[in-house]
Ligand binder design. Structure first.
Ligand SMILES: [Zn+2]
Length: 388
């Protein structure tokens, strides 16, 4: 748990100077928080290669500045493509939510309870060690008294008692050392005032965090108090976020990979499949009416037009009705005219009179004709136009 009771002086403390120092030199790990909305600036590690990741910003259409995180130090040095690139806003939000969750009043209460229990246990251990010291002191006093009480003429006994007294003094010394060392190692428990202050901070924190008046720098500072570093790994579907907290714990989060602009404006595969079916059997104008009637939209969320559908079919290699019928062996007017040895105009005339069958394939009135059709007999003295 970081020391959030630290003073609020405007002059940089030694600790802050030390924290800022790594911003210089090659290993710019955890540099000081800068202005700019990237919450995790300076804390990011690439999950692919382990290098530090950098922040770039881009501006959205509405003018807001949004961060992108990329691993490009190697790329810049060697002139190759960045190792990883990802949009930062979703990652920042996930980490902020995690930290705010971790600092709920409930979680803080649990931490305070544990801290009090540890303080109680430390006090118990302290009492036991103090008893050891006391016992050693009594033993040393008794040994001294025995030595002083012996007849000085009895040299052998006096030597033995003197050795015993020395031993007891060494025991006392060791016990005292143990006691002092243990005392130095344990921090005093939280005072009631400190506990109250922490509780108040925890319940104010979410509001303070979301307050637009709170400078981004302060949010970044808070994150740095709690998070040592954040390792990012982008997979095809997710961004995996591994957090190392100041206390040494590790946490992992996963968010869906933000869709790129291209993906956001791409017609979804299900729609493409439906378009394929509809277009295979209908003219573009009919298909547009059917698709819009079903409430389907293209990549930009707008209704289809004949033009947009034509472009989409071309871009996605979706065969239009004409292509499909041609593939099925239907003939153009010219082909049928040649087959039957008549003029093109005759074919059109026969079609209009229902003597041969065809199918309209575009808005301009082009028809394709079923193959293997016979020239109608020319009864009733019909004049057949023969090619010149
Ligand atoms: Zn990398």
């Amino acid at each position: 748990m970081p020391d959030i009771s630290a003073g609020n002086s405007t002059r940089p403390t030694q600790a802050q100077l030390a924290a800022n120092a790594p911003a210089r030199g090659d290993d710019r790990r955890a540099g000081p928080p800068r202005e700019g909305p990237a919450l995790l600036q300076g804390l990011l590690v690439c999950g692919k290669c382990g290098q530090l990741m950098t922040v770039n910003y881009h501006r959205r259409c509405n003018g807001t500045l949004v961060p992108d995180y990329s691993c490009q130090l190697e790329g810049i040095a060697t002139g190759t493509a960045p190792c990883q690139n990802m949009a930062g806003a979703g990652i920042d939000a996930a980490v902020a939510d995690f930290v705010l969750d971790a600092l709920t009043p409930l979680a803080i209460q649990a931490a305070i309870t544990v801290s009090c229990e540890l303080a109680d246990r430390a006090a118990d251990a302290d009492r036991i060690r103090a008893t050891h010291v006391e016992r050693a002191r009594h033993a040393a006093d008794a040994a001294r008294r025995r030595y002083l009480a012996v007849d000085p003429g009895n040299r052998l006994v006096a030597d033995a008692l003197e050795a015993d007294w020395n031993q007891r003094l060494r025991d006392l010394n060791d016990a005292q050392d143990d006691y002092d060392r243990a005392r130095r190692g344990t921090s005093p428990g939280l005072s009631d005032a400190q506990t109250e202050r922490i509780r108040a901070l925890a319940s104010d924190l979410p509001a303070l965090w979301r307050d637009p008046a709170t400078p981004m720098r302060e949010r970044k500072r808070l994150i740095r108090l709690l998070v040592t570093d954040v390792t990012l790994l982008k997979t095809s579907e997710h961004i995996n976020i591994a957090l190392r907290l100041t206390g040494g714990q590790e946490h992992s989060l996963s968010i869906p990979r933000p869709r790129t602009a291209w993906e956001q404006h791409t017609t979804p595969p299900e729609t493409i499949a439906i378009i394929g079916e509809v277009v295979a059997d209908h003219l573009l104008d009919e298909a547009v009416a059917i698709l819009n009637g079903r409430g389907l939209t293209g990549g930009w969320g707008k209704p289809f037009t004949i033009n947009s559908l034509r472009h989409l079919c071309r871009a996605r290699n979706i065969p239009a009705l004409r292509d499909r019928l041609r593939a099925d062996g239907m003939l153009t007017r010219e082909e049928l005219a040649q087959q039957l040895g008549v003029h093109r105009a005759t074919i059109s005339q026969w079609r209009r009179e229902g003597l041969i069958t065809g199918r309209r394939v575009d808005g301009r009135g082009e028809y394709l004709f079923h193959p293997d059709q016979q020239a109608p007999d020319a009864p009733r003295g019909r004049k057949t136009v023969r090619p010149a």
